[in-house]
Design a protein around this ligand. Structure first.
Ligand code: KG4
Ligand code: ZN
Length: 310
């Protein structure tokens, strides 16, 4: 079965053709990231306009790269939520039109489920497993019981991990998106230079990153007021340690309490090298099996939508 996956929830206009849920025949991504850099974050109206301009070309290219046309497509899967409403509307309406015009079934797909499904195209992972889904807008610990049954065990009370990293990056004067910039610069800094607060919550699998974010902002302001030179790499490394330690600690607790030995990461932040390293260390120590999406499938893409659509 061949599925055309379409994604437009944020700043990536993406389409892919996926066979039998796991084999990627094509994967095309156009991004408006460069334009958002000017503003230090995604501007929804700009994202929507770029989606509208790019989507037909991106879908056409995905079909061409897979060497097929719509007659070779069994279903269209499209991201319906969550995301920027204007951005989502472009993908959903394009998919609806294409579905009606070509008499092809339409499958609505949840964006976070797609991130989880990025693991299916990377390896031979099968449910049940426990997944840490960390993106720009969400931080969830999800028990994936089967391909369509999910239980959210914990989530962030405030900022998502990616959002916190992006805001910290901006405070440190690093290029947008801060998550990627912090990951790049952190290896040149001392991650123990600053001890940022480690939140204690009464719900065991939930996260909170707003205190950590405020702490880095306050530290930066204090140093600037004193005229001190900012140790950007040390601050970035320490902040990244703070965020990733919280994520790994809660993941360990949830896996232990619920008895999961198959663990996966998903979402844009799952590209983070320290998070991947520390989760790998944890899983080796515990004898758990770890599944990591390939780097090119961590961020938003159409292949993961095709996989989850299947
Ligand atoms: O999943 P995604 O592409 O879009 C959403 O669904 O939100 O995630 C984007 C987030 C951004 O916050 C970005 O800074 C973060 O993923 N990100 C990273 C890395 N690559 C992307 N965060 C830390 N380290 C990275 N290498
Ligand atoms: Zn995403």
């Amino acid at each position: 079965m061949r599925i055309l996956g379409i994604e437009s929830s944020c700043d990536e206009t993406a389409a892919a053709v996926v066979q039998d849920g796991r084999q990627v025949l094509s994967n095309v991504i156009a991004t408006s990231l460069e334009e958002h850099k000017l503003y230090g974050g995604v501007v929804p109206e700009i994202a929507s306009r770029r989606h509208a301009e790019s989507i037909s070309g991106v879908v056409r290219q995905a079909l061409a790269d897979a060497n097929c046309d719509m007659s070779g497509i069994d279903a269209i899967a499209v991201t319906y939520a969550p995301g920027l409403i204007g951005a989502l509307l472009v993908g959903v309406n394009f998919a609806k039109g294409l579905s009606m015009a070509t008499n092809t079934p339409l499958v609505p797909v949840h964006h976070l489920r797609s991130h989880v499904a990025a693991n299916y195209i990377t390896g031979d992972l099968q449910p049940p497993f426990l997944c840490l889904v960390v993106s720009g807008g969400h931080s969830h610990i999800v028990a994936v019981e089967d391909y369509t049954t999910y239980k959210v065990l914990g989530k962030t009370r405030d900022d998502a991990a990616g959002e916190a990293l992006d805001k910290a990056g901006r405070t440190l004067g690093l290029p947008y998106p801060g998550g990627i910039s912090i990951d790049k610069i952190a290896p040149t800094g001392d991650e123990n230079a600053f001890a940022f607060p480690h939140p204690r919550l009464d719900t065991p699998y939930d996260f909170s990153f707003s205190g950590l974010k405020t702490a880095v902002i306050n530290t930066v302001h204090r140093m600037e007021q004193k005229g001190e030179t900012l140790p950007v790499a040390d601050l970035a490394a320490s902040f990244q340690k703070g965020v990733t330690d919280c994520l790994v600690e809660k993941l360990e607790k949830a896996a232990t309490d619920y008895g999961y030995t198959s663990i996966a990461l998903a979402g844009g932040v799952s590209a983070n090298s320290r998070l991947r390293r520390e989760t790998d260390r944890l899983c080796r120590q515990k004898g758990w099996q770890l599944h990591l999406p390939a780097l090119k499938y961590c961020g938003d893409n159409g292949a993961m939508v095709g996989a989850q659509g299947y």
